[in-house]
Design a protein. Sequence first.
Length: 139
Amino acid sequence: MTQVGEVVAQSFGRFEFSAFFGGNSRLKESTRQFFRLRYPVRERPRLRILAETFTVIDTSESGLLFFSSALPKFDLDLEVSGQLVFQDGQRIKIRGKVVRRNKNHYAMALEDGIPLTKMMAEHLALLAKYPSNRIRKSE
């Protein structure tokens, strides 16, 4: 099986538990307030901003991380609005600000955020589609 990246991360208080393709897992201290869902490459949502489309790496209720392989480059504190398009076809209008940039990866803090119901539906859909990547109790 090809390793395509991290499937899901779940927060337990100050700890975040992440399951990866390939059976690896880790427990690390986290200060995150919201559940973060990292998508396998083939399942990644798209972010549409004007006429451009960008690949979303992960989402949370309050933000997202996206990738831009070419121009435009996004400056910090730039206000951005667009549409988040999920693999199931659902579209959510988003508005927020670029809060972090690392090479071609951009973190965005969202004003209204992604509904918890959508985050949970995405999480459950990934678990159903990739059952061999579920976390085993023995790990």
